[in-house]
Design a protein around this ligand. Structure first.
Ligand SMILES: [Zn+2]
Length: 301
């Protein structure tokens, strides 16, 4: 059975009528509760010092104290801070530990994490792009603590996960693979030349694509998933803003294309633990349908 993680705390990061708002996770939750059976995963938050392993201490402390000090936004990056945002973002990143614990106990082998704020743009020094702390990076660290030493991260959000790349750029124990639109946010990262550094050289693979991409060309990029990285777990930054009805990109991925993508990822992951973490996706109808397709395929695993 698929493990499903959600908690109303994720609605307390208040962003008003910003496209990254609480309706995203609420609508997905309503659909999953009515359409699927699942293994419910408890949401709890852990020590903020865990975040120091992926973010600079001073940045974490600055977010924690920010709202009291009048900070309402992270830089000029369109990332809102509300009174509860720190607590919610801390929870979103650290509750991933509960999923790892269930994998370790063999209670589940597949999970879908319906959480926000998203995380993949949050770099070591600073959040941005609607992201405060990097959820998938935190989950990778917890996975390694539990003995899943080699972590494969696949990021299909239409935007490059500059934050995840940044955090693991010199690391040969985490392989980061990203497909994303070339001429889109965050603009200055995500080229094919960025292959990692030092020990991490060869463990970062970007597959940028041009505007208006369609299913066949997009799916072909996944033929380049690494064949010789002997991973212990697969974590997916599941950003649904690559779908054709999304205003935030020009990508034209159909629901049939998405289903094929999820099947490819399931096949690639073999029998290893597999978790999908929500990143982008802002057209609510498209987002809910996309989550439904994902959950359906994962339920067959
Ligand atoms: Zn995105």
């Amino acid at each position: 059975m698929v493990g499903y993680l959600y908690d109303p705390i994720f609605t307390l990061h208040e962003t008003g009528n910003h496209i990254e708002n609480k309706n995203r996770v609420m609508f997905i939750n309503d659909m999953i509760r009515s359409d699927f059976s699942y293994y419910p995963i408890e949401v709890s938050s852990y020590d903020k010092r865990d975040l120091y392993r992926i973010h600079d201490d001073s940045y974490v402390d600055w977010v924690e104290e920010g709202y009291e000090n009048g900070v309402r936004m992270i830089l000029n990056s369109d990332t809102i801070l509300s009174p509860k945002s720190y607590e919610v973002a801390l929870t979103a990143a650290t509750c991933t530990k509960n999923v790892i614990d269930l994998f370790k106990r063999k209670e589940i082998n597949t999970a879908f994490l319906n959480l926000r704020p998203p995380g993949h743009h949050a770099e070591r020094m600073m959040g941005q792009g609607f992201c405060i702390f990097n959820n998938v990076a935190m989950m990778a660290k917890y996975a390694q603590d539990a003995g899943y030493k080699k972590v494969m991260i696949i990021d299909f959000d239409v935007h490059h996960g500059n934050g995840t790349q940044d955090i693991f750029y010199k690391d040969d124990t985490v392989f980061y693979f990203s497909t994303h639109e070339r001429n889109n946010y965050p603009y200055f990262t995500g080229s094919e030349e960025e292959r990692g550094e030092g020990r991490g050289l060869g463990f970062n693979l970007n597959k940028p694509y041009e505007d208006n991409i369609e299913d066949e060309e997009f799916l072909a990029l996944y033929e380049d998933l690494p064949k010789d990285f002997d991973f212990d777990i697969v974590l997916v930054s599941a950003g649904y803003d690559l779908m054709k009805d999304e205003a935030i990109s020009s990508a034209n991925i159909t629901f049939a294309g998405l289903e094929r993508l999820v099947r490819k990822i399931v096949d690639f992951s073999k029998d290893k633990p597999l978790a999908f973490l929500l990143e982008g996706g802002y057209n609510l109808d498209s987002l809910v349908k996309s989550a439904e397709i994902t959950f359906g395929v994962l339920s067959e695993r």
